[in-house]
Design a protein around this ligand. Structure first.
Ligand code: ADP
Ligand code: MG
Length: 263
């Protein structure tokens, strides 16, 4: 069964999509089977994986509203090296249509269940809001990966996210854990970056990944070619940092699996 990670932070521009695309590519490079589910109507993860969001028949909207099943919507991106359940502006309508539906928080979980057996990792790229789409991701996931930009307001809003995670854990998804906090767009020449980074590690301790994603222009350029940085400039610092993160996640999961067997 796949490990399902929701990549979330209700702040925009902190590196959620960049993390999804580049972590997916890095996990695929280590021979893991990966599905990237784009649930952000902006469709940036879809485009960044080389799939044109304007010329697709089905999106995650069809899955959430039960107009199609997951297998019908998943596309393989040869350019990126993993599978994608794409999104575009249509996804906005799902939130409205689901508003009065019973079990609306479970739609993504139930849909993913169908296809999860085919993958080692499923990454969920969330929109920048704690809305019904994000709640669907948190209900479907077994871990939450929180990218954080090391800047002054980084910790702001985190309490609201932790609260939501706690509520979901108490009600519908007791096994949901914080998989890790990821420092993104890290610039060690900036003393504020170092301060905020220290605050994050003081507060979250072991939950903070050792791997740090540097500010790297290749990560920002790659999406315009519709590929992860690994396929655009594999020796770039950005691509290497995401490979290291993939290694750290795989080791962590292996250790957890071993401990589960022994327990
Ligand atoms: P989010 O999905 O959280 O809104 P994105 O991943 O789209 O954030 O990142 C926001 C912007 O910052 C994008 O233009 C992206 O290319 C750029 N970016 C993200 N991570 C980095 C990085 N490590 N170095 C340089 N630019 C980055
Ligand atoms: Mg995004």
């Amino acid at each position: 069964m796949a490990r399902i990670l929701a990549v979330t932070n209700q702040k925009g521009g902190v590196g959620k999509t960049t993390t999804c695309v580049n972590l997916a590519a890095s996990l695929a490079a280590t021979r893991r089977k990966v599905l990237l589910v784009d649930i952000d109507p902006q469709g940036n993860a879809t485009m960044g994986s080389g799939i044109d969001k304007n010329s697709i028949e089905h999106t995650v909207y069809d899955v959430l509203t039960k107009k199609a099943n997951a297998a019908q919507v998943v596309k393989t991106s040869e350019a990126a090296g993993y599978d994608v359940m794409p999104a575009n502006g249509d996804v906005t309508a799902a939130e409205v249509e689901l508003m009065n539906e019973i079990g609306r928080e479970y739609r993504l979980r139930n849909a993913i269940k169908e296809v999860a057996v085919n993958y080692d990792y499923v990454l969920l790229d969330c929109p920048p809001a704690l809305n019904l789409l994000t709640v669907n991701a948190l209900v479907a996931a077994n871990g939450v990966l929180i990218p954080m930009q090391c800047e002054y307001y980084a910790l702001e809003g985190l309490a609201a996210l932790m609260n939501t995670i706690e509520q979901i854990r108490e009600t519908v998804n007791p096994s949901l854990e914080i998989e890790g906090l990821l420092r993104t767009m890290y610039d060690p020449r900036n003393s504020l970056t170092l301060d905020v980074s220290r605050q994050i590690t003081d507060y979250f301790g072991e939950k903070v990944y050792r791997s740090i994603i540097p500010r790297n222009v290749r990560l920002a350029e790659a999406p315009s070619y519709g590929v992860p940085a690994l396929k655009y400039d594999k020796s770039s610092r950005g691509a290497i940092a995401y490979l290291a993160l993939a290694g750290e996640i795989i080791r962590k999961d292996r250790k957890a699996a071993k401990e589960a067997v022994l327990a």
